[in-house]
Write a protein that binds this ligand. Structure first.
Ligand code: DNO
Length: 354
């Protein structure tokens, strides 16, 4: 399988010089960040990322994410134009060698946390979601500012969106998912790209918004809407794993055997008694997931796609983008390499390491 690392481009405090020194590192996961969702990415911007990666012995072959706009998810007036642009972005990514595109179908907000720098007893900090900080908040009534939320929405826009999704409901969202897949998957197939759907994080409704990418039955439904290997999963262990109802190693075993995992986000998470959760170090004793069983499932299935260490804690005084510092993600990466080797798997050789 292919080891990868998320890089936020030139503004990222973590540099390609540093990333290339992580043992076994091969691929860079990135995106064009200065174009509004729904618009077309300039070819030069993609080429620039690819060239920079190549200059460091790394390969830019995974995009995370091409955002799916609210108009596409809601079936709004810009739906068709945004879908056309989405397809054009897939073609342009393929044009610079991208093989896998990650995206999600979460209404309004991507991941939800209540604090991004919760100190642990060892002095590290991490992202957490505590129900007692969330319960009682109602964005239809109060001004809610959760860390990590898209700052470009006004509170009134958030209210309008929440009302619109309330009317759409889960089945309406499914209908728009189907429209998206029918349009996008044939284009991805044509240009040799695997579309990798990221699950909802956390995998249950928040503030009454419909969230459907949450559990095995719904993942099955999603994959069967367009039954193609290009319609695959970005199986995020930490997202699915913060619901105790999801048996993550079993899900990995199943979808890897079906050849429907394009990309793996590998991280551990600690579920607390009331269903709250804390992000933690990657190794199994730190959290609720059996990371070895997950990696073993990938090795046993002969998984050849990409994996990356997901959110790290902030350790050793590092500051930066919450979840995306260098040190703990690098520790996670080498831990994962160890599990892969011990299970008889292989990390594809990286050019940077000769
Ligand atoms: C969080 C990430 C997600 C992911 C998107 C994919 O750190 O795992 O934001 O990139 O959901 O579209």
């Amino acid at each position: 399988m292919k080891s990868s690392f998320r890089w936020y481009g030139e503004d990222d405090p973590v540099t390609l010089e540093q990333i290339r020194q992580i043992p076994g590192m091969r691929s860079i996961v990135s995106a064009v960040y200065d174009v509004a969702p729904g618009e077309v990415w300039p070819r030069e911007s993609l080429q620039y990322i690819a060239d920079q990666c190549a200059a460091h012995g790394l390969v830019f072959d995974v995009v995370e994410s091409i955002p799916v706009t609210e108009d596409v998810k809601l079936g709004g007036p810009q739906q068709e134009r945004h879908l056309e642009n989405y397809c054009e972005n897939i073609r342009r990514c393929a044009g610079v060698g991208v093989k896998c595109v990650t995206y999600n179908f979460m209404p309004v907000f991507d991941w939800t946390r209540t604090q991004l720098d919760k100190p642990a007893p060892d002095g590290s900090t991490s992202l957490v979601m505590y129900w007692d900080q969330l319960r009682g908040l109602d964005p239809l009534r109060d001004d809610v500012h959760l860390p990590g939320w898209d700052q470009s929405y006004t509170q009134e826009q958030v209210r309008e969106l929440i009302r619109a999704y309330g009317q759409l409901g889960e089945e309406g969202l499914w209908a728009n998912i189907e429209r998206f897949l029918q349009k996008v998957i044939p284009v991805a197939e044509d240009c040799g790209i695997v579309m990798a759907l990221h699950p909802d994080d956390p995998p249950y409704p928040i503030f009454g918004l419909p969230r459907v990418v949450t559990c095995e039955a719904n993942l099955d439904r999603y994959l069967s809407l367009v039954d193609s290997p290009a319609n695959s999963l970005c199986l995020c262990t930490g997202s699915l794993g913060c619901s105790p109802h999801n048996d993550v190693p079993a899900l990995v075993r199943k979808y890897a055997a079906l050849g429907r995992i394009g990309f793996m986000h590998l991280r551990n998470v600690k579920i607390l008694e009331d269903g709250s959760f804390e992000e933690c170090g990657h190794w199994s004793p730190a959290g609720s997931l059996d990371m070895n069983a997950i990696v073993k499932a990938l090795v046993d299935a002969g998984f050849t796609g990409w994996f990356r260490p997901d959110h790290g804690r902030m350790i050793w005084g590092e500051t930066g983008k919450p979840g995306y510092g260098l040190y703990d993600r690098a520790l996670g990466s080498t831990y994962l390499n160890g599990l892969i080797e011990a299970n008889g798997g292989a990390v594809e050789e990286a050019k940077a390491h000769g």
